[in-house]
Design a protein around this ligand. Structure first.
Ligand SMILES: [Zn+2]
Length: 121
């Protein structure tokens, strides 16, 4: 396990690990264990901390490999902005879905009322 803190990027099991907002979380293709690695490990080939086999760390959406040559602060800003936008989009999609469902329910009730009204005449 990670007993020393040096500039070597290691995976750790996501179970019980403190995952920083900048960490990359992905599943090992061999043992399908959920792994966590520092964002600077993106695109690197590392060993899975669980099964020890070679794993290619995925590059997060919105992050280019060339970004790794950029100033880390700049990358973090981009990464955070991307994640924030994604979360906002998710939230608004969920809100719209909820509204759609309630509109559909209202519509169903109205159709019912109309159908009953027509039947009464
Ligand atoms: Zn593995």
């Amino acid at each position: 396990m990670a007993e020393e803190k040096e500039e070597v990027f290691e995976t750790q099991s996501a179970d019980g690990a403190e995952v920083r907002e900048t960490d990359i979380v992905f599943d090992c293709p061999h043992c399908s264990k959920t792994l966590v690695i520092d964002y600077r490990g993106a695109g690197l080939q590392i060993n899975c901390s669980e099964c020890g086999r070679d794993v290619l760390v995925p590059i997060p959406d919105g992050m280019e490999l060339t970004d790794l040559d950029m100033d880390p602060g700049e990358i973090l800003k981009q990464l955070f902005a991307t994640r924030r936008n994604y979360q906002k989009a998710e939230t608004s999609v969920q809100g719209l879905k909820a509204r759609l469902v309630s509109l559909q329910e209202t519509l169903a009730v109205m159709q019912q009322v109309i159908a009953e009204g027509l039947a009464d005449e």
